[in-house]
Ligand binder design. Structure first.
Ligand code: GLC
Length: 740
């Protein structure tokens, strides 16, 4: 870098960041400004040249202290202004120590464990030169055909918001400049999970009410509550204006309503894809659409590098738009402290896959397992069992447990189910194994051996589900059944007359109706990461009492989709009556409901007290109850609080999750559980999309799932409470999705 640092106040960490940005911006050429807005994947001769010319602001998929330091040295020491690169990576559920997939961790209903997992991911990835993760994925998903349901926290905005906050806090810690933390990037902004038909990248067409009450809340939680400092714009068309060109969501909501001052990065080539969407005729037009809507950094479309400077010179784009985008990017680079600490410290690598990190992954895996069924208390099994058959294509698979987006995870680090069981049972126990069939395929060659070893065993553990690449991006399925001949394998083993425990490894709800009706015990194990086998064995043999609960509804068949617990009543709520809202060929209820999960013990709920105090915005509703462990072993209960606004000016869901607490109780132990509701939590968007609480009766439901309601109560609200949401005034003139 040229002149001495002394005269460059942007390099002075003692100065306020605003002044450092002003000083640096003033010195930058147009090309250098546009350079900060360009991100590329991996290194190449060309991109190295661009770095040297000051034309790159960020890379993704460059990992390791050596690789990041090499290219960073060029940016910092060989360019005119020495602006450091920011390195991003998809650190979705772990860097090298791979944790359960996000949908699994959401099943823990334990924000603490989620935060811990994110902080370990930040610790490991930051030691390898990473400054920024493209996570958390906070897209609400109500269509399990959509493969990316695996990457989020399920169907509910309240649970999704709690998980979003926890992940951002885990990634970013309390100080963005802390070398052990990384910038978060809630994605994919916005409503990507509402893709028609559950088909990835497909059109989204939803009402502004649904957008604001279902899909925006987890982003608001991540950004406004937890302070996420970047956001990723989505691929999808949103009501006619693609999310990566949607000024209303990217600028008017994100910045106008929420005051977000970080930067927005596009999804991979989502700027370039505006041409495919048909709202831009050329890459240059796409670049202009995106940057004026509020996308500050172009991931891998190379549209900004090729077009923005020319558009400014031709007076087709104001330099003010470019300056504002660069200002936001520089703000985060200064906040991250990478001007002061541009290089990774190779000496920090020992944090990767440390013993405590792996133990945390085991703990997260244990807490993510959901016991779906346990007829006759077949589980837990005795470790001294004399003979056990471990069957299925995923029983000894070390790839599937890593799930999608497994970052730097190594299958060699995975403990398979077979390995977990072998290390758990007594030395005298005979453990037999047979795959039986592939995850996908039409061969039943392995069935006979599977049946033979099942007949020769006291219990058969059948591990079935999906491969890790059958969910995640570009992995939508038109069916929710077990792929291939796996259900036939379960039936064949079941037909051998042995007791069967079915272990599911999957990235989405599966319509396992036959198993639910015939198999005595079923564990939902999702993709649990490197410690999958040990966690599953701990649950099967009782060293861990499962406490997970479903963050997403399991349909009986794909024909029921969309099906979610917080549905509206309709004018003809489903009932045995013919002329009501249901199917004639299937019960209208789900296979397993949102919030469902069993335990090896049982809990009793009592003493519900509901008290409304205060008025207006100062009103508070206190809800208290007691939960007792009435079984014989310690266990966790997830106490769930649901609310219904019985009569309102718009139709309201039959119930909405408004609180939850996962508590551990010893046998006989009683705990008081308290919830406090604010007027905001009672509010909704009225006919004018104004946020209000209306007078009337609210029904309180507390239970062990959205269907297993144990106590009910109610309270009255006497007055109308309005919330000043600035955006609402503007939207009266122009809906969120009307043309600019
Ligand atoms: C992908 C995904 C996004 C990811 C990005 C970078 O296409 O949509 O979730 O963060 O590209 O890999």
């Amino acid at each position: 870098m040229g002149k001495s640092k002394g005269s460059r106040s942007y390099l002075n960490p003692k100065l306020p960041i605003g002044r450092r940005i002003d000083d640096l911006l003033r010195r930058m050429t147009l090309d250098e400004k546009v350079g900060q807005m360009c991100q590329y994947s991996g290194l190449s001769e060309e991109s190295e040249t661009w770095v040297r010319e000051g034309k790159v602001g960020s890379f993704l998929n460059v990992v390791g202290a050596e690789a990041t330091n090499k290219i960073q040295r060029i940016a910092v020491e060989e360019t005119r202004l020495g602006i450091p690169l920011i390195f991003g990576l998809d650190v979705i559920h772990g860097y090298s120590t791979i944790f359960p997939i996000p949908l699994a961790m959401a099943s823990s209903w334990d924000p603490g464990i989620v935060k811990r997992a994110a902080s370990i991911a930040a610790l490991e990835s930051s030691s390898q030169g990473i400054h920024w993760t493209f996570a958390p994925m906070v897209d609400i998903a109500r269509d399990p055909r959509w493969g990316r349901i695996a990457e989020g926290a399920g169907e509910d905005p309240f649970l999704g918001s709690a998980i979003a906050r926890a992940m951002v806090e885990g990634f970013q810690g309390s100080d963005l400049a802390d070398p052990n933390t990384i910038a978060a990037c809630p994605k994919h902004y916005v409503a990507y999970g509402a893709a028609e038909g559950g088909r990835d990248y497909n059109t989204v067409d939803i009402s502004e009410r649904t957008l604001r009450e279902v899909y925006l809340p987890p982003f608001k939680a991540a950004i406004v509550d937890a302070g996420a400092c970047t956001v990723m714009s989505a691929f999808n068309d949103l009501n006619g204006i693609p999310a990566s060109a949607n000024r209303q969501t990217l600028t008017e909501v994100l910045r106008g309503e929420w005051g977000f001052d970080g930067f927005v990065v596009s999804d991979w080539n989502s700027v370039g894809e505006l041409v495919n969407h048909g709202i831009a005729g050329t890459a240059a037009e796409a670049a202009k659409e995106a940057v004026t809507a509020g996308v500050d950094m172009d991931m891998c479309a190379d549209a900004y590098r090729r077009s923005l400077a020319r558009l400014v010179k031709e007076r087709k784009l104001s330099i003010k738009v470019v300056d504002e985008a660069v200002r936001r990017i520089l703000r985060i680079k200064f906040k991250l402290g990478i001007f002061e600490r541009p290089y990774a410290d190779p000496g920090r690598s020992k944090v990767v896959k440390s013993k405590e990190n792996v133990e945390a992954a085991l703990d997260a895996a244990r807490r993510s397992i959901v016991l779906l069924k346990n007829e006759g208390n077949l589980l837990p099994l005795d470790k001294k069992i004399s003979s056990i058959a471990v069957i299925g294509p995923l029983a000894d698979d070390r790839y599937a447990p890593l799930g999608s987006w497994s970052c730097q995870g190594d299958p060699k680090d995975v403990v398979t189910v077979l390995e977990g069981i072998r290390s758990k049972v007594s030395a005298k126990t005979k453990v037999l194994h047979e795959k039986g069939c592939e995850v996908e395929g039409s061969s039943t060659e392995g069935f006979a051996e599977a049946v033979r070893i099942a007949k020769d065993s006291d219990v058969a553990i059948v591990v079935v589900g999906e491969r890790g690449d059958m969910s995640g991006e570009a992995a939508s399925r038109a069916s929710l059944d077990l792929p291939g001949l796996q259900e036939e394998l379960v039936k064949a083993v079941h037909g051998a007359g042995v007791k069967v425990v079915e272990v599911l490894m999957n990235g989405r709800p599966l319509s396992i109706s036959w198993s639910a009706a015939n198999v005595p015990a079923i564990l939902e194990a999702w993709f649990l990461g490197v410690q999958a086998g040990n966690a599953i064995a701990d649950v099967i043999f009782g060293d861990c009492n499962p406490g997970g609960r479903l963050p997403v509804t399991f349909p009986r068949t794909v024909g029921q989709v969309p099906i979610h617990y917080d549905h509206k009543a309709t004018g003809r709520p489903p009932s045995e009556e013919r002329w009501t809202s249901k199917y004639i060929d299937l019960p209208w209820t789900p296979l397993f409901p949102f919030g469902h999960g069993l335990s090896y013990t049982s809990f009793e709920y009592s003493g519900l007290k509901v008290e409304r105090k205060g008025k207006g915005r100062a009103m508070e509703v206190k809800i208290a109850l007691k939960v007792k462990n009435v079984g014989g072993r310690e266990g966790d209960e997830v106490v769930q609080l649901y609310l219904r606004d019985a009569v309102a000016s718009v139709t309201r869901p039959v119930k909405e999750l408004k609180g939850f607490k996962r508590v551990t109780l010893k046998p006989g132990e009683v705990k008081e559980i308290d919830f406090a509701l604010t007027p905001e939590q009672l509010s909704f968007l009225d006919r004018r999309l104004e946020r209000v609480v209306e007078p009337g009766t609210f029904t309180v439901m507390v239970g062990a799932s959205s269907e297993d309601i144990r106590l009910t109560g109610s309270f009255e609200v006497k007055e109308r409470i309005a919330f000043s949401e600035g955006r609402r005034k503007a939207s009266r003139r122009r809906g969120i999705n009307q043309a600019r």
